[in-house]
Design a protein around this ligand. Structure first.
Ligand code: CU
Length: 153
């Protein structure tokens, strides 16, 4: 004899789990989605021990080297207008690095042979505002100085 309560609570649990599974599947799908029309694309490549930024819109690339003494970069920082939606396409040239803008909650691994994509919205900050970019995957001797800035233009 089948207990009616046993059948009922089994169905309730199955229903709850199916709901959680459906919700998380949709959520994960949307977390990975990219905006259809970002304001700009930036191809970011991690090197030992500097960041290379390329802007496909005009084909310009530059290597951003950090000076820990003066807390400045030479070679060019990453830039974006306020309020822009920026899609970064991130890869590594030699070892695994991680592209991180802590103040903006942006973090994605830079892996050789693979391109990872992430989009974020630049804050409506005043021109000249700088956001630190720091490698967050230990990548060798000068990992700690593998920095740059995102500069609002
Ligand atoms: Cu690093």
């Amino acid at each position: 004899m089948v207990n009616r309560f046993e059948v009922a609570w089994t169905l309730v649990v199955v229903g709850l789990l199916a709901g959680v599974a459906a919700y998380s599947t949709v959520l994960v799908y949307h977390l990975d989605s990219l905006p259809s029309n970002p304001t700009e694309y930036v191809d970011v490549t991690g090197h030992q021990w500097y960041w290379e930024f390329c802007y496909p819109v005009n084909g310009s690339c530059f290597n951003s080297s950090y000076d820990a003494i003066t807390n400045t970069v030479s070679g060019g920082a990453m830039w974006a207008p306020p309020g822009a939606v920026v899609q970064v396409n991130v890869t590594g040239a030699d070892v695994i690095h991680s592209f991180n803008i802590p103040q903006l909650g942006v973090r994605i691994d830079a892996i050789p042979g693979r391109t990872n994509h992430l989009a974020f919205t630049v804050p409506n900050a005043a021109a000249g505002t700088e956001y630190l970019i720091q490698c967050t995957e230990f990548c060798g001797t000068y990992h700690g100085t593998m920095r740059s800035f995102l500069v609002i233009v």
